[in-house]
Design a protein. Structure first.
Length: 146
């Protein structure tokens, strides 16, 4: 019976087959397979993250600058400056075209020298900037009345 058992085991059993165990890394940084694409992906993520941070900082700076520009003090200063320029333009217009205006005059505006001279037929404006450049504007007045 012992022989029969050994014989049946030999007939039923199959030879064992095996191969060498090989471990492969899944991370491309270690295996080198598709490493270039992996490194590009990592670089892309870093660049995108840095750009998002930079965009956020720029947006905050713009918001702060806009908030400062729209402050009550800045709006008041802009309104005051606008009214001063309007008043200056009105005085200049009255001097040039009004009945009581002088024949000649000169004033300075932000470093520019502005001279005017009235004649019967026209008004000549001579504007000289800080660098000495001169612009002359001739306004004919003979064809119309103010």
């Amino acid at each position: 019976m012992k022989k029969l058992l050994i014989l049946s085991l030999l007939l039923v059993s199959q030879p064992a087959l095996a191969s060498e165990i090989v471990y492969q890394f899944k991370n491309p940084s270690f295996s080198g397979v598709n490493a270039g694409a992996h490194w590009l992906t990592v670089e892309n993520q870093e660049t995108t993250r840095e750009k998002a941070i930079q965009d956020k900082i720029e947006a905050e700076l713009k918001a702060k600058a806009l908030e400062e520009k729209n402050s009550i003090l800045n709006r008041f200063m802009n309104n005051l400056q606008s009214r001063i320029y309007s008043q200056l333009a009105q005085q200049l217009t009255n001097n040039l075209f009004g009945e009581m205006g002088g024949e000649e005059g000169e004033f300075a505006l932000e470093g520019n020298s502005i001279k005017y001279k009235k004649t019967d037929t026209d008004i000549t404006l001579t504007i000289t900037d800080d660098a000495g450049n001169t612009t002359e504007i001739i306004i004919p007045t003979s064809g119309f009345k103010w």
